[in-house]
Design a protein around this ligand. Structure first.
Ligand code: SF4
Length: 329
């Protein structure tokens, strides 16, 4: 069965609807200055075994969205269902159980590991928190997993600083895998690594996905990385999803001018892969004071009157591809 046909029949593993995360901004004297809408009305689904890539420039809200889904930051509004169960409405004890299945890999493997703890103890701590197995079993589970990720038994007793950046990210992956999760939120997991190590980590994530039937929400500003790993891509601009579709289609036939901008900024030596270059004016506007209508209109070379007044809603390009742009509505 094709993955499209499967998706029409199968319920998503993660359903996100109208997710919002706003921050109030106050002056030094405590006076309200406004709100930063870091994430606005974000909706998407992730299916079992699928990788969904969330892309956009730094500050577009993609990492905030990932952290909000795990309730590491509180949502301002919206809903997220994991396996049919509300993440945001679950009580603390239930949320802890959900988090066994919903894990995270952080961007910086160096700061996400406690420098004073041996890596075996750091990974084992997750098992202890979730009350999995007896003490000796836990140690063996960690050693088995470390071996699976290319370490040896002695590494259990080493400290994070004794490993390279790529090895530390593999330790971060081990920590996210130890509870046998269903979905992992990967927040820029390779951006702190050298290009050659990036490829190793991406290949590792793919082979673990096949073996363990994992799903990933893969957050990245790097489109070439997302192209390598994602089945579908969502493009974010100033807190909103502006385009979503299958990876091949987004890369071969992007519709939103912002997606075209991102793609035309990706360096390529292959003439056939070069996409339409678009000239964009200005910098990303302040999220504290975003432009009216389409938030991209001050930079968009195709903007017309309507763009300044009306916020575009989803327009369906085809059953799998949608875009928020007045050019298509
Ligand atoms: Fe450009 Fe208008 Fe489309 Fe926004 S809605 S991307 S301003 S054409």
């Amino acid at each position: 069965m094709s993955s499209e046909a499967k998706q029409q029949r199968v319920k998503p593993l993660l359903e996100v609807r109208n997710l919002q995360r706003y921050y109030s901004v106050r002056s030094a004297l405590g006076k309200a200055k406004g709100q930063i809408k870091a994430v606005q009305d974000l909706s998407f689904d992730i299916y079992e075994g699928e990788t969904y890539g969330l892309v956009g420039e730094s500050g577009c809200g993609k990492s905030t969205a990932g952290r909000t889904l795990l309730k590491l930051v509180e949502p301002t509004g919206g809903e997220a269902q994991f396996n049919g169960e509300s993440i945001f409405e679950s009580k603390a004890s239930r949320l802890r159980t959900i988090r066994k299945d919903l894990q995270m890999i952080f961007q910086d493997p160096h700061t996400s590991l406690n420098p004073r703890k041996k890596i075996g103890a750091s990974i084992q701590e997750t098992l202890t928190i979730h009350n999995v197995g007896a003490k000796r079993e836990r140690k063996q589970l960690v050693i088995d997993l470390l071996k699976k990720l290319g370490f040896n038994e002695e590494d259990y007793n080493r400290y994070p600083h004794e490993f390279s950046g790529g090895q530390r990210q593999r330790i971060g992956i081990a920590r996210s895998l130890i509870l046998n999760p269903k979905l992992i939120i990967c927040d820029e997991p390779v951006s702190a690594l050298d290009v050659s190590i990036q490829a190793q980590i991406l290949n590792l994530l793919r082979s673990l996905q096949r073996e363990m039937k994992l799903s990933y929400l893969f957050i990245s500003h790097d489109l070439s990385v997302v192209r390598h790993i994602a089945d579908r891509v969502g493009v974010m601009y100033l807190g909103r999803l502006v385009e979503e579709g299958p990876t091949d289609e987004i890369f071969s036939n992007p519709r939103h001018p912002y997606t075209k901008l991102l793609l035309s900024s990706v360096p390529t030596i292959n003439e056939h892969e070069k996409c339409e270059k678009i000239e964009v004016k200005g910098e990303i506007p302040s999220p504290l004071n975003p432009p009216s209508g389409c938030a991209f209109h001050k930079r968009c070379p195709f903007a017309f009157d309507r763009c300044m007044k009306e916020t575009p809603e989803d327009t369906v390009v085809n059953t799998k591809h949608k875009v928020k742009c007045h050019l298509y509505s």
